[in-house]
Design a protein around this ligand. Sequence first.
Ligand SMILES: Nc1ncnc2c1ncn2[C@@H]1O[C@H](COP(=O)(O)OP(=O)(O)OP(=O)(O)O)[C@@H](O)[C@H]1O
Ligand SMILES: [Mg+2]
Length: 261
Amino acid sequence: MPTPLGLTARNVTQVFGARGKEPVVALEDFSLDVAPGEFVAVVGPSGCGKTTLLRTFAGLAEPTTGEVSVGGEPLRKPRRDVSMMFQAPTLLPWKTVLGNCLLPREIDHRVDDRDRARAHELLAWAGLDGFADRRPHELSGGMQQRVAICRALMADPAVLLLDEPFGALDAMTREQMNVDMRRIWSASGVTTLLITHDIPEAVFLAQRVVVLSSRPGRTLDVIDVPLPRERDIAVIQTPEFAAACGRIRSYFIREGSHAAL
Ligand SMILES: Nc1ncnc2c1ncn2[C@@H]1O[C@H](COP(=O)(O)OP(=O)(O)OP(=O)(O)O)[C@@H](O)[C@H]1O
Ligand SMILES: [Mg+2]
């Protein structure tokens, strides 16, 4: 298991411009320190710059101004040890579920039996045993998303960037994946940055929750989740859980963008 790495964004602004069009400011003066091994969630209304933020941390989008670093090193391009799960599953249609899952290992070296065993273990975790030999088009949207999560974990990353990983799942599967995600994070200690529209999901999974405003995304608050590191699903019934959710929700009611969230 690689050593988890910290993430830092310093005064990051992302402006998208195109000839003859108004520039779009997607993120404005965004700063954040994520400690090695920490789990941070980011919530914010649709279009506020969450995916842009994650792409910036993945080295896929250079900040217009400001700087991003991973493990103290300025980030200039994507790194092998930073694994990103995209909002759309982006599976290779000609590869099987197992083949898609093994992709990060295939890029690194020849796939061996240990890799295959690990991939099967992850697929079983995601409730996909029995689908290893299927192709993506034979799966539902939620199942494809679960394969993409397995693929991101297969890289054994030092940093995991998750863009709405549970968005296409039904409520019950989502809750189970949340519980399992926490178990995986706890066991691996991987630094995790999760984007979600779901406030209870953010509070259940994360140690801190960053609340972004509508575009241009600015940090409205960073909430320390007052729950123990080891949690099971019963914490969602506690007053502390409800209070943390209520505090985050209040920003969006105030912002008038509650419906978008
Ligand atoms: N490559 C790009 N070129 C031009 N504009 C972009 C690009 N990527 C994002 N944008 C713009 O930046 C803004 C933020 O987009 P982003 O995808 O980061 O939002 P988001 O918070 O992830 O939204 P959602 O919750 O709907 O996924 C949007 O206005 C979008 O149109
Ligand atoms: Mg997005």
